[in-house]
Ligand binder design. Structure first.
Ligand code: PLP
Length: 364
């Protein structure tokens, strides 16, 4: 399978469950919730972490709390969540293309799409590859736009030694079971400006400010104590998980090296990667089989990659014809040729080598 959720040693989770049974405090800013937020601020190298029940709700709250209006410039090469959160808040997504080198938003094209109606740029550190954070910060500053990152894939990633969550105005991380760090379901907003804390907390708890006071039209998006317990039990193991993923990534890279028509991403300069995914791009004119043919052939050998991300979000049935203004050739190429290979800490190095060998042998 493309991934397998990390589970901590059972007794380490149970230790935190015992605390819940003692306190009878199950949700609403419990002790474990607050402890996890503190530990994540340290680990992720960011001043403020506000926890949420999942990453999507966190992103939803950003758009509501920041009062964004009009158009938002974003990428179509992402998971459904990014575009849905924009559209559900009554905003118009304006899709910029991606760069073939790392699949993140093309910052030059993003700038060319800015109009007087634009209120924000929503970029995605897809596969955990950082966007061009300095160029985007410069564009956002010059045009007075909010800069929001979907950092769902980027847990633990650093750029020039700085935590990925300290770039832009706010970043969203997902702690879903399939991500590098999990709280079963879960997510967070990461930001340096502490003045956001109050409003983010307000919006995740119905906008309630006191027993008789409701200040904003909020939602219920609080992380509960069982999720926080899982996070506290998983966090001490995340460095080891990333180390194993790195070794697997290196095994894939050396196993796939030199196969005509198979391209993959390398490490980026000054970036500490988390090895969240291992995408490959299949060029049928050199490899002799299409991405879909290779995908099928691997499935027959009980290897189940995923087509992250196909189709691009602007091609979803629910958006068809509504937002596809630009051709987006790079995003379309990536979506039509990509698959992400199995990658998770518990995967054996020999299995990764076998998968690479299969891909070599399946070439026509
Ligand atoms: C997982 C993911 C999300 C949503 O996170 P959830 O915690 O599942 O709600 C958002 N964006 C991207 C790119 C993701 O991969």
């Amino acid at each position: 399978m493309v991934t397998q959720a990390y589970l901590p040693p059972r007794e380490e989770y149970d230790k935190y469950l015992d605390k819940i049974w003692e306190s009878h405090w199950l949700t609403n800013n419990g002790e474990l919730h607050d402890k996890l937020a503190k530990k994540l601020e340290e680990y992720l190298g960011v001043s403020n972490v506000t926890l949420f029940v999942n990453g999507h709700s966190a992103l939803d709250v950003v758009f509501k709390a920041m009062n964004l209006t009009g158009e938002v410039i974003t990428t179509p090469f992402t998971f459904a969540s990014t575009t849905h959160a924009i559209v559900m808040n009554g905003l118009t997504p304006i899709f910029a293309d991606i760069k073939p080198s790392d699949c993140t938003i093309d910052e030059e094209q993003a700038e060319s799409l800015i109009t007087p109606r634009t209120s924000a740029i929503v970029a995605v550190h897809v596969y955990g590859c950082p966007c061009n954070v300095s160029a985007l910060a410069d564009i956002a500053r010059r045009h007075h736009l909010k800069l929001i990152y979907d950092a769902a894939h980027a847990f633990g990633v650093k750029v020039d030694g700085k935590g990925i969550g300290s770039f832009g105005d706010v970043s969203m991380m997902s702690f879903h079971a399939t991500k590098v760090f999990n709280t079963i379901e879960g997510g967070a907003l990461l930001y340096d400006d502490a003045s956001y804390t109050r409003i983010f907390n307000l919006y995740k708890n119905f906008g309630i400010t006191g027993p008789e006071h409701v200040e904003a039209v909020g939602l219920n998006a609080k992380m509960n104590e069982f999720q926080a317990a899982m996070g506290l039990a998983v966090l001490p193991h995340v460095d080891e998980e990333i180390k194993k993923r790195k070794a697997l990534t290196e095994a894939y890279r050396s196993g796939l090296k030199g196969i005509p028509g198979i391209r993959f991403l390398g490490d980026m300069k000054n970036v500490e990667h988390n090895y969240a995914y291992f995408p490959i791009f299949v060029d049928e004119s050199e490899y002799g089989r299409t991405r879909d043919e290779l995908f099928e052939a691997l499935g027959e050998q009980n290897v189940f990659p995923r087509k992250y991300f196909y189709p691009i979000t602007s091609d979803f049935e629910c958006f068809k014809g509504r937002y596809d203004y630009l051709a987006l050739p790079n995003a379309r190429y990536a979506a039509d040729h990509v698959m992400t290979l199995p990658l998770y800490g518990a995967l054996q190095i020999d299995t990764a080598k076998d998968i690479a060998d299969m891909i070599r042998e399946m070439a026509k």
